[in-house]
Design a protein around this ligand. Sequence first.
Ligand SMILES: O=P(O)(O)OC[C@H]1O[C@H](O)[C@H](O)[C@@H](O)[C@@H]1O
Length: 560
Amino acid sequence: MNAQPPAAAATDISTTPEWDAVGDAVAELADTSLRELFAADGGRAGKFTIHACDLHVDFSKNLITESIATKLFALAKRADVAGKRDEMFAGRHINTTEDRAVLHTALRLPRGEELSVDGQDVAADVHAVLAQMRTFAERVRSGEWKGHTGRDIDTVVGIGIGGSDLGPVMVDKALRAYQTAGIRARYVSNVDPADLTAVLAEIDPASTLVVIASKTFTTQETLTNAHAMRRHFVAELGDESAVAKHFVAVSTAADKVAEFGIDTNHMFEFWDWVGGRYSVDSAIGLTCMLTAGPEAFDEFLAGFHAMDTHFATAPTRENLPIIMGLLGVWYSDFLGAQSTAVIPYSEDLSRFPAYLQQLTMESLGKSVRLDGADVAYPTGQVWWGEPGTNGQHAFFQLLHQGTQLVPVDFIGFANPAEDVQTSDGSGSMHDLLMSNFFAQSRVLAFGKTEDEILAEDVPADLAPHKVMPGNRPSTTVLAPRLTPGVLGQLIALYEHIVFVQAAIWGINAFDQWGVELGKKQAGQLLPYLTSDAAPTKGAAAFDGSTDALLAAYRSARGRS
Ligand SMILES: O=P(O)(O)OC[C@H]1O[C@H](O)[C@H](O)[C@@H](O)[C@@H]1O
């Protein structure tokens, strides 16, 4: 009884009094600034700080007041964020365009918990696959699992793309400090042969295990790379039978895995209720379990679950994903922001912004509501970022003095995986990193006025160039250390921020119809790139621009 009928015509959230009230609240910012708000209220930081799981989150440097926050919470209530959240956790088919439940939260339920969806105990299924992954990972890590020629496995290659790549790549880098078994991971995702070639040059097939990860097992890039990799292994190891020892698969499509020639005993299953961009904590994370170990993976899942529990149970005003989701709606729909920057002050988290790009933009890049009507307000910002301090030396100039409003999420850790002392005796490199972390949000918020600059004897004509406008919003997320558990909490936090925003905008965060047409047209264009003879005039008439580009390509490739 989990299925629900397709959405009936829904209320346009922008026609509600709660939306209007938030719109009116913009005026509250007209005669004030973050400088003034802090000066007027010594308790502001405390009022706008939340502790959720292991995260200390200070959102006091956002362009809000208590009264604005109250109106945003009322908007969340009007959109029934809590009710929609409960439907997701219960396994209702909230992905209505694909008639699917959305249950990534079931992937991290503790052992022993039950969740019946469409008559199936999905929690039991999840733990059966986790047990299979653990046994396999332990065999590989202990050296019990040997390659075709009897060698131990020291390299894992993940082949996948999108949600079957970005998560594992990001997590694998983030958990560098936990990879103590001597197994390294490499990843191939792009259909650009450069990606495959570079990885092939680095690996020895005799000691390499390939994990082909694809939810559908039909994705062109992944299948093309997997077949090429397989040819390479058979040629290098001299025997078709090597495939069984060197290739495993992660997928929802057992028949297609078998067709590829992988024994389905070496397939790790997940389910259609796990969206690709929500799947790093499913069997898609197998490469991470292989490199960091089953215990770290368990901690990782526990971190997700802790944030799920917070999201499911914390009152709205103390609910971190609801607060951060609402801030995004505030900036995007009421203050005109078109992008959000996420800046981890952690080299190990350097792929987190790229991971978030798929999570946020594939989920929220929608212009029709669940009921098919056009949205009447902006949805889905551009999410981007690079680690600090590197970003400071590249694009922070625009954040500090540019004309766009770009809210920033700063993510930092109190303790490093390892530290190095600076040569000048001033202290640790980690402290140096974190001094920048704290400085940047302070400068964004409070800036430096012309008077303050002139007081430093700066020539009057130079002063305007040096003015730091300030009043630029940011949220600071500080965690004790980048552990597997904290990483799980961070990922789940952003998953739920996306959920909250989709709930308010009334859009489906779980489909991605917009990526289909390009794939289809690439298939139609391919013969016109590859055929030896020039395609008959007329037959290749796609459009003036594409026809001309194809002709230029063919000529450069030496084709008639
Ligand atoms: O895991 P797969 O089925 O191979 O899909 C890989 C990716 O490709 C698709 O085009 C979607 O846009 C992504 O959401 C998905 O993660």
